[in-house]
Design a protein around this ligand. Structure first.
Ligand SMILES: [Zn+2]
Length: 147
């Protein structure tokens, strides 16, 4: 178990009832970023879907991608809607674009100094946190600026 960026007050991530997002969650537990790409047209897909909305093919494939990207948007949160996170404020949430995966965008926490200067376009890499609660292993991924 590693240090956590935010207090462990949020629900433990578990796959949906039909398990179709399990490859993503298993990847995080293993320290890998795994997202979908349509096997028919090659469109990258995020978040998990049963169908490609570009060509309407079913069952996109799951592929590992390098956990790196650039900041598309961000915000420093001083008053989170979830009350249990208030002691951890301020923290930074970023919308990160993955050029190597068709430009899909993922939301995540931005690690580092909570008062750091952040600029649109900053390069970031993913960092994985592993957790175990009551025998259940799971992983999270956060972002850290490289520049
Ligand atoms: Zn497609």
């Amino acid at each position: 178990m590693s240090d956590t960026y935010l207090p462990q007050v949020l629900p433990v991530p578990v796959p949906m009832d039909d398990g179709f997002d399990k490859p993503y969650l298993d990847g995080l537990t293993e320290g890998r970023l795994v997202i979908q790409r349509c096997a028919s047209c090659g469109t990258w897909i995020w978040g998990p879907e049963h169908v490609c909305y570009h060509c309407l093919a079913w069952d996109p494939e799951w592929l590992e991608v390098e956990p790196r990207g650039r900041i598309y948007a961000w915000t420093r949160i001083h008053s989170p809607g979830f009350v249990a996170l208030r002691p951890a404020t301020p923290f930074i949430c970023a919308l990160v674009e993955l050029p190597q995966a068709g430009g899909v965008r993922m939301i995540g926490n931005l690690l580092g100094d909570r008062s750091q200067k952040v600029t649109i376009g900053d390069e970031v890499v993913g960092e994985f946190e592993r957790h175990e609660i009551k025998g259940h292993l799971y992983g999270l991924m956060h972002w850290r600026r490289t520049g």
